[in-house]
Write a protein that binds this ligand. Structure first.
Ligand SMILES: NC(=O)c1ccc[n+]([C@@H]2O[C@H](COP(=O)([O-])OP(=O)(O)OC[C@H]3O[C@@H](n4cnc5c(N)ncnc54)[C@H](OP(=O)(O)O)[C@@H]3O)[C@@H](O)[C@H]2O)c1
Length: 441
């Protein structure tokens, strides 16, 4: 180990600036804890003249992050730029080729290139650490990689996107629409100007892909994840969930099944009594079910400069102490090929909301479609809306009425075929809403 650990820091944005402040504030304590002082030897960002919340005038400046990654004046390259490809990938590869340890918070980079980069790090005998890449400040990577090394994981699931959880929480608490809550999230800086990556579930899928690889020892396969976002959730669904004893959360779930590993991201009805149901606002939570320790739940800030910098520093501290653990908790060459259990094989309960025309035989047709696919119903809630009127005293015939069905455990393929049939029968006014129910414990 060198007598000082020198960092090359690429990216001085939200996370990079917090990391500079953290080292400034806790440098002395870190030197004691790690047995070696940690200093910033060089920095890189896009605009040198940009006004920043931190003073970078004392650090050696590099216009090009690749040059910083190759510079012999630093021992650890810290990549806090972002993006799956381009300069982030080039600079991380350059650092590993130069025999340097790498710490990154970049989930997109790892979801796409994680296994190849882990192999490169192993061949070079260096660390590639990424605690901050999944769930920001929550130490889930270390928990899976180190603390649960003696366990076989059966299922891991969590609320991995603060923007979506904020929107769903506000919809429930303030009886607002998805659009109104998204606008509020944008005003508060929780959602990007283009929110699709968050609200359509892709950010959650990137994080889930990384967690799956460590939890199940399989190669990353982000493309195989079934992804559904939250934009189709309506106040009617939130209200019905509440009455039936559930909350709706965007969950990322990976579980071991007989057919392979199931990975899915979708709005999920969770029982109000479950730990994840109680996670509100931008907070994240992850639950791990494993054979020896049982269930663990970690919750905390999934984003934000300071929380994320805290995780980046824990990776740097490991390197300073000389702790070297395979990127995914085992040699990259021993990661098994990912065996996918497709969503059509999923088994569970379902919530279905139909807008059913109020006409004779309509309900019987629904019941028949369900029975034809061996789907048993746990509950049926029919809400009668006051009929709309065309003119005083003349109700519109066949005004659609909301009907909510909760099924017992069945298969996804059965539900989809039954709903296709119901749609074809022509007794409903709009496409059915279907939300999967997750049971715990
Ligand atoms: N923010 C969070 O809460 C959070 C949470 C978990 C993980 N992460 C991850 O952490 C990473 C950084 O996120 P962030 O929020 O800190 O991003 P950010 O605020 O947008 O900062 C990005 C930094 O990269 C620099 N940069 C961009 N292109 C560059 C280039 N071509 N050459 C050199 N520098 C370049 C920017 O330079 P300028 O400052 O000069 O523009 C900026 O300093 C991402 O991978 C992100 O996914 C972030």
């Amino acid at each position: 180990m060198p007598d000082v650990l020198r960092l090359g820091l690429a990216g001085l944005g939200t996370v990079g600036a917090s990391l500079v402040q953290l080292i400034d504030r806790h440098g002395n304590d870190l030197a004691v804890r790690c047995g070696v002082p940690i200093t910033i030897a060089g920095v890189s960002a896009r605009h040198r003249q940009k006004s920043r919340s931190i003073d970078v005038s004392g650090f050696k400046w590099f216009d090009d992050p690749v040059a910083l990654a190759r510079d012999p004046g630093n021992d650890v390259f810290v990549e806090l730029i972002g993006g799956a490809n381009g300069i982030a990938l080039d600079s991380v590869k350059a650092a590993l080729s130069s025999g340097k340890h790498v710490v990154t918070a970049n989930k997109a980079l790892l979801a796409e290139h994680g296994v190849a980069l882990a192999r490169q790090a192993e061949n070079a005998g260096v660390s590639l650490n990424f605690e901050a890449a999944a769930a920001g400040g929550i130490p889930i990577i270390k928990t899976l990689r180190e603390a649960l090394a003696g366990n076989t994981v059966g299922r891991i699931y969590g609320i991995l996107n603060g923007t979506c959880n904020y929107i769903l929480t506000r919809m429930e608490q303030d009886h607002l629409s998805f659009g109104e809550c998204l606008t509020a999230a944008q005003h508060l800086g929780y959602a990007e100007a283009d929110p699709a990556f968050d609200v359509e579930g892709h950010d959650t899928a990137h994080k889930l892909a990384l967690l799956t690889a460590i939890a199940f020892g399989t190669a990353i396969d982000a493309e195989s994840i079934y992804v559904e976002g939250i934009s189709s959730i309506t106040p009617a669904d939130i209200e019905a969930a509440d009455e039936l004893g559930y909350r709706i959360k965007l969950l990322g779930v990976a579980s071991r099944t007989d057919s392979g590993i199931e990975q899915r991201v979708h709005p999920t009805m969770v029982p109000k009594s479950s730990a994840v149901a109680r996670i509100d606002g931008v907070t994240n939570a992850i639950a791990v079910e494993s054979d020896f320790v049982g269930q663990l739940v970690l919750s905390g800030p999934g984003a934000g400069g300071d929380a994320t910098a805290s995780s980046v520093m824990s990776d740097i501290a490991d390197i300073a102490r000389g702790d070297k653990i395979g990127t995914f908790g085992r040699p990259a060459t021993s990661l098994e090929p990912y065996r996918r259990a497709g969503i059509r094989l999923h088994e569970g309960g379902y919530y279905i909301r139909l807008s059913l025309y109020d006409r004779p035989g309509a309900f019987a047709a629904i019941a028949k479609r369900m029975a034809d696919h061996n789907i048993s119903l746990e509950s049926i809630v029919q809400r009668r809306r006051a009929p709309r009127t065309t003119a005083p005293g003349h109700p519109v015939p066949e005004a659609p009425q909301p009907v909510i069905l909760i099924t017992y455990e069945t298969t996804e393929v059965a539900i989809r075929e039954a709903l296709d049939g119901i749609l074809r029968d022509g007794h409903i006014a709009e496409a059915p809403q279907m939300i999967r129910i997750e049971q715990f414990g």
